[in-house]
Design a protein around this ligand. Structure first.
Ligand SMILES: [Zn+2]
Length: 551
């Protein structure tokens, strides 16, 4: 070959490999809309998809899956980042990398997570030495609620400090709040999350990024762990006692970012009384994820910090989380597997100690927390009402953090639940969650516990398209004949706690609350109610049955 042709070949190869394997040095890395607008704007759906395509053009470490299709028909991108990037979860069966999932823009007025998630994807896809990817596969859904995102207007969330060109709306295209859909799965977005991310990839950790509305303080970043007391106690304790201080330490030492647990002052007049997070129900996705024996994190950034500070806060939190997960991968994997094993073993032979909490109370976690707050002053409105407002004077408050929810009334967990009548919607929902269900193929008489409803009230004001039920009744032990075709939901499965939460009659976030059994509970004529059609079998019994939904 002539010298000149060798040079041409060399040049072609160099250009090809640099463009494929790393972003060319001389070319600028793609910028997010937040960065290119100097934090005056946030990305539209097309901006997000364009940014993702640019990363794909220059990275071998990223694949894009579709998490689901939004109610208005937009494909929701799920970025899969790995080194090498797995082509499917099956590639990870003999691979000890741990999967971590970061989700943003579920409430599309709360947009810094979206911009930070895109920046993180860029770091992982294009960096010369990508951090974390030796130990982790990182899944990122930067725009979980694209329909809400496209309704950008400066009139949305006006209490928030930017971006000045506006943000989207809270709900999805169906008018649903996606962070209340963890149990009923009525939105294509959350159903897609459960089926195509959680069940398919089985991430060990989920982070759901939001912007808060509430108390005044200086810290930009706040987060809290899965709080439901029916979740695995060792995982809840691990999050509170180990993950919390470790992540906060990385944030402070490496990123100079102060962080406090997510919450609000219980009493603005007396801040030192305590700090309290959101409710523990699993309709909130981080709590739902905890009930599945995984580590759920709710990130809520401070709305009165400027947009750039919020983007950088979320970005630093994502990095701190990945650094922690990389270092503690073995510990986290061991804990979640043990939680799964314990759930299955308890389900096989439940004892009187295996309980399900139906009413909760809350007490402080063992450490007090310190918040960089403001002096609050009381004033009277023109109509003579007493109110409290923030002054510009800062003040540190040290106070208990009321985040340890505990059951104040419990019922026993069974060996399994039996549903003798056809309830196709319930059967479909159980399967959508990934819960194993079986069907009796022979009739059988069993001693079971039933729940006799004495009072059923639907809420007057609709909530998420439902009139939530509250119920009173009593438990009765009786012998019941179950026909062939009866559904049997065994507790001896890793998702046993999710099944119990959906099926227990007094559960505060189950099928009964969400009206799934309404037509079975109220008779057409006369007063009173019919029996709750889910029965609890406490004693393990051999049953002639087959698995539903397996081919
Ligand atoms: Zn939110």
């Amino acid at each position: 070959m002539k010298k000149r042709s060798i040079l041409v070949v060399w040049l072609v190869c160099t250009v090809f490999f640099t463009s494929v394997l790393a972003f060319p040095v001389q070319q600028e890395k793609p910028l997010t809309t937040a960065e290119s607008s100097e934090y005056k704007a946030t990305s539209l759906y097309a901006d997000v998809m364009g940014f993702i395509q640019k990363l794909q053009m220059h990275s071998l470490r990223m694949r894009v899956e579709t998490l689901g299709v939004s109610a208005e028909g937009r494909k929701i991108p799920l970025l899969v980042l790995g080194n090498p990037v797995p082509t499917s979860p099956q590639d990870l069966v003999y691979d000890d990398r741990m999967v971590v999932y970061i989700q943003a823009n579920i409430h599309a007025g709360e947009v810094e997570g979206k911009e930070a998630a895109l920046m993180l994807a860029r770091d992982l896809a294009l960096a010369d030495n990508p951090s974390y990817l030796d130990e982790l596969v990182v899944l990122i859904a930067p725009i979980f609620n694209p329909d809400g995102n496209e309704k950008i207007s400066p009139d949305n969330r006006r209490n928030q400090d930017g971006p000045e060109q506006g943000v989207g709306v809270r709900t999805n295209g169906l008018g649903l709040d996606l962070n209340r859909d963890g149990m009923k799965l009525e939105s294509p977005e959350v159903l897609g999350l459960v089926q195509n991310v959680i069940s398919r990839w089985d991430p060990a950790v989920l982070l759901d990024s939001h912007t808060h509305n509430g108390s005044y303080h200086e810290e930009v970043v706040t987060w809290v762990w899965a709080l439901n007391p029916n979740g695995d106690t060792s995982l809840i304790r691990y999050m509170s006692d180990r993950v919390r201080p470790e992540i906060n330490k990385i944030l402070k030492e490496k990123y100079d970012t102060l962080c406090i647990p997510h919450g609000d002052f219980m009493d603005f007049r007396e801040p030192e009384k305590g700090w309290r997070p959101l409710d523990p129900q699993p309709r909130y996705l981080s709590n739902y994820f905890g009930l599945r024996n995984r580590l759920g994190i709710l990130n809520e950034n401070y709305p009165y910090a400027d947009f750039k500070s919020r983007v950088m806060g979320a970005y630093h939190l994502f990095h701190a989380l990945l650094e922690f997960c990389q270092g503690q991968k073995g510990e986290i994997t061991g804990l979640i597997h043990e939680a799964d094993r314990n759930t299955v073993q308890r389900g096989m032979a439940p004892t009187d100690e295996d309980l399900f909490g139906v009413e909760y109370d809350v007490r402080p976690i063992k450490d007090k927390i310190t918040i960089h707050g403001y002096v609050m002053e009381q004033y009277e409105t023109e109509s003579g009402r007493r109110r409290v407002r923030k002054t510009e004077k800062t003040q540190m408050y040290t106070m208990p953090f009321f985040a340890e929810f505990f059951a104040k009334r419990s019922v026993k967990l069974p060996f399994g639940y039996l549903i003798p009548i056809p309830v196709p919607e319930v059967e479909a929902k159980l399967r959508q969650h990934g819960i194993a269900i079986e069907k009796l193929t022979q009739p059988v008489k069993l001693m079971v516990e039933s729940f006799k409803v004495t009072e059923l009230k639907g809420q007057e004001r609709p909530y998420q398209g439902h009139r939530l039920n509250s119920i009173k009744g009593e438990y009765v032990e009786e012998e019941v004949e179950f026909p062939a075709g009866t559904l049997f939901i065994p507790m001896a499965q890793p998702l046993g706690k999710v099944a119990a939460y959906l099926l227990e009659p007094e559960s505060d976030d189950g099928f009964l609350v969400w009206n799934f059994f309404d037509r079975n509970l109220v008779p057409q004529w006369g007063g009173g109610q019919q029996a709750y059609p889910v029965y609890k079998l406490y004693q393990p019994a051999p049953l002639v049955k087959e698995v539903v939904g397996e081919n």
